[in-house]
Design a protein around this ligand. Sequence first.
Ligand code: NDP
Length: 306
Amino acid sequence: MENVVILGTGIAGLTAAVYTGRANLKPLLISGPEDGGQLTLTTDVENFPGFPEGIQGPELVRVTHEQAQRFGARFVVDIATGFSSIKGGFELELMNGQRVQTKTLIIATGASARWLGLHSEEKYKGRGVTTCATCDGAFFKGKEVVVIGGGDSAMEEALFLTKFATKVTVLHRKESFRASKIMQERFFKNPKCSVVWNAEIVEILGDGKRVTSVVLRDTVSGENRDFKTEGVFLAIGHVPNTMLFKGIVEMDVNGYLKTDRFMHTNVAGVFAAGDVQDTRYRQAITAAGSGCQAAMEVEKYLAEKE
Ligand code: NDP
């Protein structure tokens, strides 16, 4: 039986791996469908302490992965599809059919991009509709695109897209952004960036192959109008990846795992770290911090049991 299995290889899971590895617990990490987590989909990380010039998200993940390996962490690229309690711990079933038994579990499965839920969005996914500017931005060289959302992600995506697109319009359902001041300043300073306030997307239109426009509803007047665009970038927040634990581990109405301030869930021996349990900060550094906490709690839990 493993001492500790960590689900998720984002910055929370990797930090937990560094700590449990260093405590000689030989952690086993299971990547899940988004190996490396959200940082692999971003570019400059300017607010992670220790990097005065910033660091690229994927690079931060890569070096932390290496650091965890140095302390004996083992990595499996697979997806957990089953979870149950067994005598002395837990059993996970992986997609490849393998079963893994463990005394403790750290859930660091993070959160994934939220979609609007429109039928037309589904139709044009990958044909002009995307949630990742860093992945798909280059396909929109010389084109006009829109970004949906009003948070830091929307600002970041919009600014990144100005490298390729001729014009980037942020469509936001309210009349002000919730993004941080510094990001808003950069956005409004950029001549390629503009905003349409009180705009809700009700439909994405295209020629069957690619997006040609969106239908906007003015949330004040209620009127609809067409807005020409070739790319729709969604930056409307995230949903936690907790399906596997429904009915077993306690969660809030939005599906975020509930933890106490020591990263314990309501199931003894199951801990959670990172965006899967964070409804407030959702920063790389807080994810890493909670990964550290969960790891230290695992160590304490195992020592007390033995
Ligand atoms: P946020 O939850 O902060 O913002 C989501 C935005 O999407 C809001 O403006 C919200 O509108 C809008 N929205 C949500 N649902 C819909 C919908 N169905 N239709 C239209 N609009 C919708 O998410 P972010 O991903 O931007 O940020 C998450 C966290 O990550 C934050 O804490 C942020 O600070 C952090 N972050 C930090 C960065 C940095 O420091 N460089 C970069 C990126 C993220 P409304 O405002 O009306 O609710």
